[in-house]
Design a binder for this molecule. Sequence first.
Ligand SMILES: [Zn+2]
Length: 86
Amino acid sequence: MSDIGFAFEIDGRTIDPSNIEDPVEAEIIHNIVESIVSQVGDLVCQEHKKAARFVCTGDSLDSLTLEIEGCCDVMIDKVKAQMTLQ
Ligand SMILES: [Zn+2]
């Protein structure tokens, strides 16, 4: 189990990834979460022992911007580096 965190905000709505009513929306968000977890789900900051948090915001599901939040710049750089590799 990963400690990785997610937040989705689409068109001003805050979406809880574990409680989405629209099945299409649920699948898209589920795929995003799966993809991120498969890439960096095992990454934990060695200094702070914390996993990263991913914030997806946009006007619609087609135009989401992914932002990475972490306990420190070292961790954020680590996550970014590992995500670019794949
Ligand atoms: Zn850290």
